[in-house]
Design a protein around this ligand. Structure first.
Ligand code: C5P
Length: 345
């Protein structure tokens, strides 16, 4: 029996997010740029082939369901079905990330559990990359991005993902305010908020952001999706141009549509955002390159040019509500290197 596989389940932030009109299937089209960050939970998987499948999930957070309401449980069950393998599986979740925080923690846990399960069951149980992505999108719109990592363009309902030219590691501060934000509720609030706009108007805002992302990708020196060589796809921006490209995106109107409705619901988030940004308190060159709500919140993030700027932002945000955590963005190669790094398994 192999040693248990411990997988780092890294979080994400959204570098901009725009929402389209509601769809007949209950989802919304959206356009976003996901970015993985170094903050993580740990998912430890032990599995062996058995005559009957059993899945046991445990966690250090007693509030988390450990049955099929948990994305990890659903992922393991669906993966075994797809492989056509019965197995005895034990998963231990070490939760550090906020639940319902907009950092994709539950989705990341599901992706990490899949990768741990595959490692445990190889070579009996295997899945192609396409099968893994198909499973991921069944479990949740934010799961597939974690099978790519780094900077990832997401569209359709967020589950259609492609590697974007990778931004290099940047200092990042996360504010986790300690209140959960329900994604379906935030989408409903957004629908009420834009009820006066025509579907065509919301659709064109979506497409505008998509064009902005594509323009920045080209400015970074690499095309997205039209590359002849897989090695070219998602290669890094040069370090200098990354901050420039991000600044250009910000200047061109990078925003998160959820902010208007989630800030209305939790007005104190505006103060945290101001603290992260540094506007009015530090010179422009020390302010955040980008600070905004992540996903449907309630976590906020700020990205900085230097660690000193990030530490100063953390110090500004710390006295306010919630936790202010110092971390960094995690480019694709670093993401994959660190995924199984906990124990060389
Ligand atoms: O895909 P996921 O299960 O994470 O989505 C949770 C809920 O969030 C959906 O049932 C839907 O209400 C809402 N949602 C949406 N549009 C999206 C993604 C999620 O309306 N693009």
């Amino acid at each position: 029996m192999p040693a248990p596989s411990t997988v780092c389940s890294f979080a994400k932030v959204n570098l901009g997010l725009r929402i389209g009109p509601p769809r007949p299937d209950g989802y919304h089209d959206l356009s976003t740029l996901y970015q993985t960050i170094a903050l993580h939970d740990e998912v430890t998987v032990e599995a062996e082939v058995a005559s009957v499948t059993s899945i046991t999930l445990s966690s250090n957070d007693p509030r988390l369901p450990t049955d099929s309401r948990n994305t990890v449980h659903r992922m393991v069950s669906a993966a075994l079905d797809t492989m056509g393998v019965a197995a005895s599986v034990r998963v231990r979740l070490q939760k550090n990330l906020p639940v319902q925080g907009g950092l994709g923690a539950g989705s990341a846990n599901a992706a990490a559990a899949l990768l741990g399960l595959l490692r445990q069951l190889a070579p009996v149980g295997t899945l192609t990359g396409a099968q893994q992505l198909a499973l991921a999108e069944r479990i949740g719109s934010d799961v597939p991005l974690f099978l790519i990592g780094g900077t990832v363009y997401g569209h359709d309902r967020g589950q259609r993902v492609q590697p974007y030219p990778d931004l290099p590691a940047m200092p990042c501060v996360i504010v986790a305010p300690g209140v959960g934000s329900s994604t379906p509720q935030a989408f409903r609030a957004w629908d009420a908020h834009v009820a006066s706009l025509s579907p065509a108007a919301t659709q064109s805002r979506l497409e505008e952001l998509c064009r902005l992302y594509a323009a920045a990708a080209v400015a970074g020196g690499r095309g997205v999706g039209n590359s002849q060589s897989p090695d070219d796809l998602g290669g890094p921006f040069s370090a200098d141009r990354a901050a420039d490209s991000l600044s250009a995106l910000v200047g061109a109107g990078l925003n998160n549509d959820f902010e208007s409705v989630v800030f209305e619901q939790h007005p104190f988030l505006r103060d945290s955002k101001r603290a992260l940004t540094g506007e009015g308190s530090v010179p422009a060159e020390q302010q955040a390159i980008l600070a905004m709500l992540s996903g449907s919140g309630s976590s906020l993030f700020g990205l900085y040019r230097t660690w000193d700027d990030a530490k100063a932002a953390q110090a500004r945000a710390q006295p306010l509500r919630g936790l202010a955590l110092l971390t960094e963005t995690l480019p694709r190669a670093a993401y994959w290197r660190a995924l199984f790094a906990q124990q060389g398994s």
